[in-house]
Design a protein around this ligand. Structure first.
Ligand code: HEC
Ligand code: HEC
Ligand code: HEC
Ligand code: HEC
Ligand code: HEC
Ligand code: HEC
Length: 345
């Protein structure tokens, strides 16, 4: 504590004693935070975070600067900050920067390391869920489209192209268990990692390790460096016990197989290209496009089912049954998966 802080405390104590009031809360004064609270020779938290961050795809990726609307809202620091603070996605940014420390933190404004995005951020379909400190990730790692609008246009006809789908990174939708194409009459199940984890994404992706390349500010679950591969299975151990890989109870094997089977059925149906695995240019019905949507959601999620095994399985199985004509007889009403945990935990 600096000398000035000490004098402040003494002064406050004198005044309070003189008034003989019971003090229930003491508010922080708004003097500039001492630089040495964060930058000092002893406190290496920032240095550690910097060194881990060097291994993050956020720092090293090849798509970290897409300065135009709507890309800038997730692919640049400036665009992201404007998007979450004003709701406006800027275009043609003059000096766009890649995601960096001040994208998520504003230490020189707030005097602390809290996150700019500390509240639930709505998904494209309007669903919100409080992932606590993990809310920091949700505004970018979400589908760019609302399935009900994108796959169910009033015309009932959907035009597919190779770029059609939820976009890369619908992990928040998947963890939350929403925004898949849900066929009437099929029961969609959930694996409740969203309730089991305290801070959503962070419980696994930022789980502390002694290695700089996985966990922490690398955000990596897996890091491949030539012949060496690191996987952060320690992130699962507290809850599930030790495991050798993420294929816990065969989850990734199961989901990869379901994706491969659906892909082959979609190729046969003429909706997906055999060579690229991406949607083919075609005009089709909402239910057929919905099968392609579920396939793309599972691929773009990239966790091999870990984020939400039962929901991802339900989406893939129902899509496969629809394409093969074996879906149970539809019930009278289609309902969107309700957000059972909204605003609570
Ligand atoms: C709440 C913690 C915190 C406090 C207090 C703080 N800083 Fe920082 N500072 C950071 C973080 C986090 C970074 C980002 C580190 C990086 O760029 O790798 C940073 C970076 C910097 C940099 C590097 C240049 C830059 O903009 O990236 C300078 C210089 C700096 N701080 C100066 C100061 C000074 C001077 C003070 C006191 C007036 C101060 N800081 C107080 C957290 C803090
Ligand atoms: C400002 C938007 C934004 C925020 C906030 C954000 N990300 Fe990302 N993230 C991206 C983008 C964009 C990429 C891809 C960069 C590339 O490929 O060049 C990415 C890549 C990643 C990757 C690597 C994917 C791969 O290709 O291996 C992981 C893991 C990840 N993010 C996790 C997180 C976690 C966890 C959080 C929250 C702590 C988070 N991200 C917050 C935009 C964001
Ligand atoms: C809602 C946020 C969001 C918007 C808007 C967005 N992206 Fe992304 N994008 C992401 C995230 C998050 C990732 C990383 C996902 C992952 O690695 O799983 C990503 C990844 C990418 C990738 C890397 C794919 C790969 O396989 O490595 C490209 C290319 C890309 N985006 C291009 C764009 C372009 C071009 C636009 C504008 C037309 C755009 N994005 C708009 C969030 C967004
Ligand atoms: C994508 C968002 C994001 C970016 C970018 C980011 N941080 Fe963080 N940071 C977080 C989150 C989320 C936490 C809270 C971690 C927790 O609660 O476990 C955090 C926590 C911290 C802490 C507290 C101690 C710790 O490690 O948990 C420090 C120090 C820190 N960040 C420094 C940095 C520095 C330095 C950079 C740039 C090199 C940076 N952060 C970039 C999201 C981010
Ligand atoms: C229960 C633990 C867990 C939670 C919670 C979790 N993830 Fe993951 N995530 C994983 C695992 C495991 C993988 C797959 C790693 C592999 O097999 O390569 C993964 C994969 C990813 C990938 C693909 C890139 C990569 O690292 O392989 C991204 C991006 C990602 N997750 C982002 C997120 C975001 C954003 C959240 C929060 C909305 C989140 N994850 C929540 C465990 C988790
Ligand atoms: C904070 C605790 C926690 C962490 C961390 C965690 N899990 Fe889980 N996981 C659970 C709970 C609780 C369930 C059961 C949820 C339910 O019943 O819906 C579960 C369910 C699962 C399931 C689904 C089983 C099924 O058939 O539905 C898989 C697979 C799984 N976890 C894998 C992982 C992996 C891999 C990791 C590490 C990357 C991990 N989990 C990290 C708590 C956790």
């Amino acid at each position: 504590m600096s000398r000035y802080h000490l004098w402040g405390c003494v002064a406050a104590a004198v005044v309070l004693t003189a008034c003989e009031r019971t003090v229930t809360t003491v508010e922080e004064t708004s003097q500039p935070a001492t630089c040495f609270n964060c930058h000092s020779d002893q406190n290496t938290a920032i240095v550690a975070a910097e060194q881990q961050y060097a291994f993050s795809v956020h720092a090293s990726g090849t798509h970290v600067s897409e300065p135009n609307d709507p890309c800038s809202g997730c692919h640049t620091s400036e665009g992201f900050i404007q998007r979450i603070e004003t709701g406006v996605i800027p275009t043609g940014l003059e000096n766009p920067t890649a995601i960096h420390c001040f994208t998520c933190h504003a230490p020189h404004t707030s005097g602390n390391l809290e996150r700019r995005l500390d509240h639930p951020f709505p998904l494209a379909n309007g669903v919100t869920f409080d992932h606590h400190d993990g809310n920091a990730c949700t505004a970018c790692h979400q589908a760019r489209r609302d399935v009900d609008v994108y796959v169910k246009p009033a015309s009932g006809r959907v035009t597919l192209t190779s770029r059609w789908g939820p976009h890369h990174g619908p992990q928040t939708d998947m963890l939350t268990g929403t925004n898949g194409y849900e066929y009437a009459g099929f029961t969609y199940e959930q694996t409740n990692h969203k309730l089991a984890t305290e801070d959503g994404c962070l419980d696994c992706h930022m789980k502390h390790t002694e290695n700089l390349r996985v966990g922490g500010h690398s955000f990596n679950m897996r890091f491949e460096d030539g012949a060496e591969e690191l996987i952060n299975v320690a992130a699962c151990a507290d809850c599930h016990g030790d495991m050798d890989d993420f294929d816990y109870q065969g989850v990734q094997t199961e989901i990869d197989t379901l994706v491969a089977n659906l892909r082959s059925d979609l190729v046969t149906a003429g909706l997906v290209s055999a060579s690229t695995g991406l949607p083919r240019a075609a005009v089709t019905s909402s239910d057929s496009a919905g099968a392609v949507w579920n396939y793309m959601m599972a691929i773009e999620d990239r966790s091999g089912g870990v984020h939400n095994r039962k929901y991802i399985r339900s989406l893939l199985v129902s899509a496969t049954q629809y394409i093969n004509g074996t879906l149970p007889t539809p019930a009278a009403v289609t309902t969107r998966q309700p957000d059972r945990g909204e605003g609570s935990k």
